[in-house]
Design a protein. Structure first.
Length: 110
């Protein structure tokens, strides 16, 4: 098993207005300085993708860390989102765990 630790969150919004409000705040919160801090503390990547082909407005957010310790370290920053993100209506479900397979094991990036 890999040391890579992943956190996945599915966020569901009741309207485009709530989604737009969230996305604006998300982009502001995770600015260049924030991403540099997270990378320096072991976060490998972070992506948010809008789910397509669904009548419900959903976003999947995937955070990847070099190990569980990096995840814990970065959570100190991520936990500030509630204070900064402001008020918007959404439902979130989160899942976390160790990576069990990666395409990089088959063909590494050059």
């Amino acid at each position: 098993m890999s040391d890579i630790f992943t956190s996945v969150v599915l966020v569901t919004f009741p309207s485009e207005v709530q989604y737009d409000n969230w996305l604006t705040k998300f982009r502001t919160f995770y600015n260049k300085k924030a991403i540099e801090f997270l990378r320096n503390n072991g976060q490998i990547s972070q992506r948010a993708s809008r789910v397509q082909g669904d009548d419900v407005i959903r976003v999947t957010i995937i955070w990847t860390y070099k190990d569980y310790s990096a995840y814990e370290q970065c959570q100190r920053f991520h936990s500030q989102w509630g204070k900064v993100g402001g008020k918007f209506i959404a439902k979130a479900s989160g899942y976390r765990g160790y990576e069990v397979w990666s395409d990089l094991e088959v063909t590494p990036l050059e």
